[in-house]
Design a protein around this ligand. Structure first.
Ligand code: ATP
Ligand code: MG
Length: 171
């Protein structure tokens, strides 16, 4: 089956949960998914849940678990580059039919990855691998290369009422 390039971006809720939903659906079809999380580090509820799907879904984190503000420190960049190298290997191995790059758009936005790095992953991926890139601020060059782009647009978000991330709902 031919694989395409999907992007979930925008400021509304649902990017990460859509990507995880896809991985769970694919597991139901016996397909294997690799999820590389950039920026993030932490024992989120989805990581705990996905550990029950270990035969089909592998998750690795390449972040410091804090929001990168302003100029990234070398450690953030080193971690992102380790992630990039790993993702290159994972793609080339063809061991996973779906590869999800969580928050990779944000990693580009904050200079942890170069947009060219992501472009190269897209253009060099094996034809049969489905590549999914999530995160706000998708670069126009990534949007141009993608086959499917969905913008989660916040019409309302309770964050603006002061509702912080809730365990089991956002984290
Ligand atoms: P989900 O993980 O629920 O699918 P998402 O991946 O689309 O959501 P992110 O952009 O990764 O959302 O957002 C991470 C965190 O940022 C959320 O936990 C929330 O607290 C906060 N947030 C989400 N949307 C907004 C918004 N429109 N404005 C400000 N903060 C937001
Ligand atoms: Mg997210």
């Amino acid at each position: 089956m031919r694989g395409y390039v999907q992007v979930y971006t925008g400021n509304g809720k649902g990017k990460t949960t859509a990507a995880i939903g896809l991985a769970v659906r694919a597991a139901g079809a016996g397909m294997k998914t690799y999820i590389g999380q950039f920026i993030k580090m932490g024992d989120y509820s989805e990581i705990k849940a996905l550990s029950r799907y270990a035969d089909w879904i592998t998750v690795e984190q390449f972040g410091k678990g804090r929001f990168v503000e302003g100029k990234p420190i070398p450690e953030d960049i080193d971690l992102a580059r380790i992630g990039l190298q790993k993702v290159r290997k994972v793609l080339a191995s063809r061991a996973y039919q779906i590869v999800i790059l969580e928050e990779a758009n944000v990693a580009v936005k904050f200079g942890l990855l170069a947009v060219g790095d992501l472009e190269e992953l897209i253009t060099s991926k094996p034809t049969e691998v489905e590549l999914v890139i999530t995160g706000r601020f998708a670069h126009h060059r990534i949007i141009a290369l993608a086959d499917l782009v969905t913008e989660m647009k916040a019409i309302k978000h309770y964050y603006h009422k002061g509702v912080e991330s809730r365990v089991g709902i956002e984290s």
